[in-house]
Ligand binder design. Structure first.
Ligand code: AHR
Length: 504
């Protein structure tokens, strides 16, 4: 028999955290595994368009409403020569891709990716190589992409068929430069110096850009968070964001502990906000540095099988995690963490988008399908636009191996004033008990419940496949709004989206 616990929430349209920057629903495509080749691009697929892009994949990306996509890496960017990927395809070199030890054919490069991003209505977040390269290539690259015409690199872009500049606004200064695995790995001092000088040159070419400096690769790095402090000492005035990356896994099969990992993410975000503000204080600066959580997800299922992949193949099935139901719940809590920090987390990229630790999978020459994690991402990206409200929550808590006082109820609330809609996102982390939730919605007069979507499954390890969607949302949640109070049943181990709208 299922037991029931009680939880309470108060929301008010005046309890605001911040306007949500929609770019927190960003994602990432790296030249890695089958993300590009066999993922977004498969010219021989029956559903490929004239450029070789799979239409079925484009449709699923559009369903996710992804506003910005990071490209081309990732670890790959640290030895990438962007010039290899532009110009006539037949002249493009095949290269050893050293980060993932594959062959890069360069059939897809900057111009093709920009065209694909347009097709999915997303902006591009471009990364420059600060591993094997530096200032000179970064300034040439931005001139190629963003300068209108009349110079060597901008004229070359035009010669390659792109008359108008791409106007790429957001640029990452390298990738995970704190990691010893990174080609061209640097100390924080070395990176800080290179990043600020590269930023300076790039801004001289295009003063309208926004720049992201590399933060720590994860919270377990020995240099965390001194890396951020040193990097920002050098780059504070030259950059706009600092990046955060974090992946989780349930290696010990301890689900209660696993579902609490968003508390680590919360701690990571708070630490980096403090570090940014400490450097701001030291510099007596008026400027705030915001956070770009530009790699996050679950990543562990494929670690073992990746060891068996032969080096120097083209587009092998690398990092193809098959996600289960509990992964979808954790992903939901990670998204809610961003919403609760909407005042400082302005960009975030689920890593990645297609085939590589991704919500969308493809079969070569076959179907495209949705992983379990597709759903919380799609829900938050679709209904999480507007202002993030600060719910006042009281929930029973539990302790795990790594965490204390983990609330069973995890939640975030979004108010879309324009559409006159309120959405309550809620996860019940309890594996056996339902939660009876009451929500005081005092300031939302004349609102009604539109729907209560639930993602749940009896088997925490249930997965979807190309043939069968075992884990999918149902519109069967139980909630009632009466006299300004919602009473909702938040079933054990479930993801919930309770949507309210003003009565017509
Ligand atoms: O997303 C996979 C890899 O994870 C990225 O290439 C790298 O930046 C991170 O370590």
């Amino acid at each position: 028999m299922t037991n029931v616990k009680k939880a309470k929430m108060v929301i008010d349209k005046d309890f605001t955290i911040s306007q949500i920057d929609e770019r927190i629903y960003g994602s990432f495509i790296e030249h890695l595994g089958r993300a590009v080749y066999g993922g977004i691009y498969e010219p021989n697929h029956p559903l490929a368009d004239e450029q070789g892009f799979r239409q079925d994949v484009i449709e699923l990306v559009q369903e996710l409403n992804v506003p910005i996509i990071r490209y081309p890496g990732g670890n790959m960017v640290s030895a990438y020569n962007w010039e290899d990927g532009v110009g006539p395809k037949e002249a493009r070199p095949r290269r050893l891709e050293l980060a993932w030890r594959t062959i890069e054919t360069n059939e897809i490069g900057t111009n093709e990716f920009v065209s694909w991003a347009k097709a999915v209505n997303a902006e591009v977040m471009m990364a420059v190589n600060l591993g094997t390269r530096g200032i000179d290539d970064a300034r040439n690259f931005i001139e190629y992409c963003n300068h209108p015409s009349g110079t060597y690199w901008s004229d070359l872009r035009q010669k390659h068929g792109f008359k108008e500049p791409h106007k790429i606004k957001t640029w990452c200064l390298g990738n995970e430069m704190d990691g010893p695995w990174q080609i061209g790995h640097k100390t924080a001092e070395e990176y800080g110096r290179l990043a600020v000088e590269t930023a300076k040159a790039m801004r001289l070419v295009d003063p309208t850009i926004e720049l992201v400096a590399c933060g720590s690769s994860n919270t377990a790095m020995p240099t965390f968070p001194q890396w951020e402090a040193t990097t920002l000492e050098h780059t504070y005035d030259a950059v706009d964001y600092i990046s955060l990356h974090q992946y989780y896994g349930n290696r010990d099969n301890d689900t209660a502990n696993y579902l609490a990992h968003s508390l680590d993410m919360e701690h990571f975000i708070k630490t980096i906000i403090s570090t940014c503000d400490y450097i701001q204080a030291k510099k007596r600066s008026k400027k705030k540095i915001n956070l770009s959580f530009d790699e996050w997800n679950v990543w562990y299922h494929s670690n073992e099988s990746d060891q068996k992949i032969e080096p120097w193949s083209i587009a092998p099935p690398q990092l193809e995690d098959v996600y289960n139901f509990e992964d979808a719940l954790l992903v939901g809590t990670m998204l809610l963490t961003f919403l609760r920090h909407a005042d400082r987390v302005k960009m975030a990229c689920m890593a990645q988008l297609v085939n590589v630790i991704a919500p969308i999978m493809t079969e070569n020459n076959g179907r495209a399908w949705k992983q379990t994690i597709f759903y919380p991402y799609a829900h938050v990206s679709t209904f999480g636009r507007g202002v993030s409200l600060q719910p006042v929550v009281s929930s029973p808590c539990y302790d795990t191996k790594d965490y204390t006082d983990v609330p069973y109820l995890d939640s975030a609330v979004v108010y879309n004033e324009e559409a006159k809609e309120v959405t309550i996102f809620a996860v019940n982390r309890h594996l056996e008990d339902d939660l009876d939730l009451t929500v005081d919605v005092r300031s939302f007069e004349n609102y009604r419940i539109v729907e209560h979507i639930v993602l749940e499954h009896d088997n925490m390890k249930a997965v979807n496949t190309a043939e069968h969607e075992e884990v999918k949302p149902q519109h069967n949640g139980q909630s009632l709004l009466q006299d300004g109070v919602i009473t909702a049943r938040i079933r054990k181990a479930s993801w919930n989206v309770i949507r309210l709208a003003m009565q017509q």
